[in-house]
Design a protein around this ligand. Sequence first.
Ligand code: 26Q
Length: 798
Amino acid sequence: MARDDMPKTDFRDAILWHLTYTLGKDPDHAQIFDWRMALSYAVRDRIVDRWMAATRETYRADAKRVYYLSMEFLIGRLLEDNIVNLEMQDQARAAIESFGLDYRAVLLDEPDAALGNGGLGRLAACFMESLATLGCPAYGYGIRYEHGLFRQSFVEGRQHEAPEDWLKQPYAWEFERPEAAFTLGFGGRVVSRDGKSVWEPETFVQSEAFDTPVIGWKGRWANTLRLWAGRAVNPFDLERFNAGDFAAAAEGEALARTISRVLYPEDSTEKGKRLRLTQEYFFTAASVRDIVRRFETDHKDLRLLPQKVAIQMNDTHPAIAGPELVRILHDERGLPFEEALHITQGCVNYTNHTLLPEALESWGEDLFASLLPRHLQLIDRIDDAHAKAYPARRVAARSDGRVKMGELSFIMSNRVNGVAALHTGLMKTTVFKDLNALHPDRIVNETNGVTPRRWVHSCNPRLSALITDTIGDGWIGDLEQLVGLEPHIDNPDWLSRFAQVKADNKADLCDWVAREHDLMLNPDAIFDVQIKRIHEYKRQHLNILEAIALWQEIRDNPGAGWTPRVKIFGGKAAPGYFFAKDIIRLINDVAAVINADAATNELLQVIYLPNYNVTMAERLIPAADLSEQVSTAGKEASGTGNMKFALNGALTIGTLDGANVEIRERVGADNFFLFGMTVDEAEARRNVQNHAAAAIAADPRLGRAVAAIRSGVFSAGEPDRYAGIVDNLTGADYFLVASDFTDYWRAQREVDRAYLDRNNWARMAALNVARSGWFSSDRTIRGYMADVWHAKSLLGQE
Ligand code: 26Q
């Protein structure tokens, strides 16, 4: 085959072509990496034409574009996603197998792109897929971190962090765009020139663009995810090099590259680090400049910006977008300040993902001024303009010597949204109470969703096949069609097929755990799964306390007809969050003791799988019977794992928190194991003196479980190992673990009883699937398009 007759039709030839001409490998010597890359390039070729067609169509229609700005995109692997959306699964599998390779092994060879911490980053990735599926012209903007979220391992039960290295190999999906670069300034001072304020930055860094096409379902539309990498303006100082100072010669480059070097692994505690603010400004300023540049390619009148541009800020991390756009319009393009502000407020929107006070971003004004002196001045003018327009109450972005990014984002936004109904309601009565009073129509709700392509169709092929066999394949692009399953649930043959899907998925998981972790799980047990970041508010310690209490009860009374359980944990802790790391160690210690107990082994096992990531979620969720969603009411903004579990036929044990509320409303209270205090009850309980001690005194099971930790049952020879956790549980217990324990235990025993009737369990699980179609991110994106962005689909039928 010659280089110029690249085959357009035969997929197998296309793979061989790339193996030969792109990778320069002889098929006889190709490794799995080479085959995976060749397959990826062959798939990518089939995306490119549609991608360019979509871009052309957007220009032609002069359509409003949506810009999703996010510090995080937790993408995971893309090869299967792209194959699935192009509906090339059979072709791809056949081609790969014809080369004598294992198709799944090739898919799994791709590194899991972990450019995010958890829910917020994964939501951004689901949204990108749904935006493409719906044909909404959109761009994702973020940072091309050289190192994503750290790799987690356990050393004697303790979390150990190692750098993640997804870019060690070339990344098949991205196109480098050396021509799309901006020079960005940092620091320096503001001077007055001809009566105008002029920012004279001290240091400069370049942003280089890398574009990844994101293809929607059935390949009908594709958008761009543009990630920025830091580059030196002057990469190399030849004079210094020639003078013999080799390290200093590369200083400029080292500085610039540091910016996009690594993802911050904190996902709630704001630490006020200078590099973090530098990252935020770096990617936001590059994105805003790109947005304005694109607008100006075919528009002259900047006042039209709000008609053509919707900017979505994923939390406050890109909050500087507001002041930056004002700066460009006012300082650089010469519009009057008020007009620049008004235009900006017509473009910008803000999604809030947390109400936890320690997670709300703010920056000391000295640090802020040293990095962004002009922006600080503009923020003062924004505050003044706001105070003048709304004299009733003074709420300022800059106050108490700090710049508050939540307030700034709110003031700069056309729409502000929460991510679940309960959370949106709490935004109005707590952190944004005053601003909501001034702007009563600004806050809207857009309940989160997840993409059904990845989170049902790809990750759970058995369930997907059963659903398609039952109601056709329309559900993949229109998830609410899942209600069509309901009439089949009363058919015993159908229900047993449904139950068999779960049994087979569990068997697969057992094989994998046996292979990778050398533990034989009991496949007849309830697979009880809690996978998410480790946080006090998410209460993994409530779950492990229940495991301890259950173990003790089983030992007391082994013949009491217990329902077997396997408790599975997964999740990372922020490296500096010591309490969370103690919880990890405790779970591992408890697992070691319980798993070694021959007296209870048939009935209870506990396993903590290291290095939880998107790929592991895709393995675990289809095999789960029980989904643990046990956060303290009012603390989990939404949750999205909760939706993935319900869609895959796991029942939820959960509190009235975040989207759990809406899941329960939809699947029906009978098909959801509810426990715990409401938001109001939790609030009241915190004001009860010694609430934790009282709860422990009132429940001997809880008392005995805490006593076992305290006495060193799980930390032989070192009873103080968990003094921190025990003191917290018996003392302040802000997250009300002790006070919710008794009801959690009750609900867990209800789970046990329900599981004994396997038919009825399968019925409840199937009802969860049938009634969870609303939790598609397609529905969420339609909501944003209608209520927030006022953007239209460019696909015919949408
Ligand atoms: C902020 C400042 C400095 C360093 C890090 C951060 C930071 C980074 C990530 C703060 C927060 C995050 C991530 C938050 C997050 O994932 N929130 C989750 O968002 C989901 C999607 O809306 C919700 O479902 C979850 O309830 C919410 O916890």
